[in-house]
Design a protein around this ligand. Structure first.
Ligand SMILES: Nc1ncnc2c1ncn2[C@@H]1O[C@H](COP(=O)(O)OP(=O)(O)O)[C@@H](O)[C@H]1O
Ligand SMILES: [Mg+2]
Length: 411
């Protein structure tokens, strides 16, 4: 779902994209339309004859842009660090051959949600591209093997897991900033989120926090509980389903070609268990909903594999089986998923929520430990009235290294 009109800043980015050849970091607050502009950028670059690899660090972020995970593009496991890559290069002649093939004819590398790409993976990618474009003995002399690098993301959001930020890399590009927030429209909400970004607990922020602790959300849709850990998410979804009366109906998704990609790259579960009354989330975009829209199951038609869902907007839609593609880095289809584009929506992790626009959110941020965690959770909804907090959040301060970096870049 592309917007009808672009913001001035998005247009400036498109202009720089086609009128210059330099690397770009597309920066901006959450919800300024970075991902939306990135999807459009690929179209414009391809229209101008460039070949593009569109990548993201996680499966859910990759699916949002119809792209490929960075690890899948590099034929490595997500946990591979640059020391292990050195070893892999020695042991696996095939690795470089495969990457060379992937890079053949590619002019531009685009990576969304760059804040979750660690320095180590960034360095490894740089090194692998240099060797793949050149050779082991004579690696290409330019960063990333001379490919144009476009990255997008916000470092005030979640950091990489067990790694430094990749902005320390000398080849990290200079920013173009999107300044107009599109996700939230209320001026007070935007002011509160701007203060929260910096960790400023102003009287306005305190007032909002207290309101949110006592808030009753509308009963129509169960708010999506954002948890820091997978385990709590699984328990919440299992218990939620168990507590509902009625029969469990199971739908099996079929994954084609998954030998080539990990199942964790697919955002719907292989076995989806549903009950009437269960809260669900849509995992694809449609005419009157988007990836992340929440609703409640009204009726399940097992025979026709269709589910009637009442959306948070009050509208009822019928969701049928959908087929979508898993792409390799060059856009080639390497697998297919066929299934109901739904998942249970009692809970998801904050990690998986990054990048998404959600309807109603509930979260316990009283023990949030990573900088950016609370900020991601609190920037997901279109209105701050749609958030219920279980207690007063702690650790709202951003990472001082991020603050320092942004200051240095004049952002
Ligand atoms: N130019 C625009 N006009 C209207 N809505 C937009 C525009 N750009 C983005 N959006 C909407 O704003 C929301 C946030 O956009 P997104 O691209 O996810 O932001 P970011 O990646 O910066 O967090 C989405 O719902 C998106 O559809
Ligand atoms: Mg985004």
């Amino acid at each position: 779902m592309l917007p009808l009109s672009w913001t001035q800043d998005q247009l400036f980015f498109f202009n720089q994209l086609t009128n210059t050849t330099g690397d770009i970091w597309l920066a901006g607050l959450p919800g300024t339309g970075k991902t939306t502009a990135f999807i459009e950028a690929r179209k414009r670059l391809e229209g101008a004859g460039d070949r593009v690899a569109l990548l993201a660090p996680t499966g859910i972020a990759a699916q949002q842009i119809d792209g490929c995970t960075l690890a899948r593009f590099l034929n490595i496991k997500t946990s591979t660090n640059s020391i292990a890559i050195g070893r892999l290069l020695e042991e696996d002649d095939n690795l470089i051959y495969k990457i060379r093939q992937q890079l053949q004819g590619i002019d531009v590398i685009m990576i969304d949600e760059i804040s979750m790409v660690g320095l180590d993976l960034f360095m490894a990618t740089d090194r692998l591209f240099k060797v793949a474009v050149g050779s082991e003995e004579n690696p290409h002399h330019l960063p990333f093997g001379g490919k144009r690098l476009l990255v997008s993301g916000d470092f005030f959001q979640l950091p990489p897991v067990k790694d430094y930020h990749c902005f320390y890399h000398p080849a990290f590009p200079e920013p173009i900033e999107l300044r107009q927030v599109m996700r939230q429209t209320n001026i007070t909400d935007m002011a509160i989120l701007t203060d929260l970004r910096k960790g400023y607990i102003t009287p306005q922020v305190s007032f909002w926090i207290n309101q949110s602790v006592n808030r009753l959300l509308p009963a129509l849709v169960t708010p999506l509980h954002l948890y820091p850990h997978n385990q709590a998410v699984d328990i919440a979804n299992q218990n939620g389903l168990k507590a509902l009366a009625g029969r469990v109906v199971t739908f099996n998704a079929s994954f084609e070609g998954f030998a080539k990609f990990p199942k964790s790259d697919v955002i719907i579960p292989e076995i989806l268990e549903l009950k009437v009354g269960a809260p669900v989330m849509l995992c694809v975009n449609g005419d009157n909903y988007q990836n992340g829209s929440q609703g409640k199951i009204l009726q399940i038609d097992q025979y026709n594999k269709a589910v009637h869902v009442e959306l948070a907007s009050g509208e009822t839609i019928i969701v049928g089986e959908t087929e979508w593609n898993i792409r390799g880095g060059t856009g080639k289809i390497i697998g297919k998923v066929t299934g109901l584009p739904l998942k249970l929506a009692w809970a998801i992790t904050v990690h998986k929520s990054q990048g998404q626009t959600l309807d109603y959110v509930r979260s316990d941020l009283t023990r949030s430990w990573a900088p950016g965690l609370a900020y991601v959770a609190l920037t997901r909804t279109r209105s701050l009235n749609n958030i219920k907090l279980d207690g007063v959040p702690t650790n709202l301060a951003p990472d001082p290294k991020v603050v320092e970096f942004y200051k240095r870049k004049g952002l």
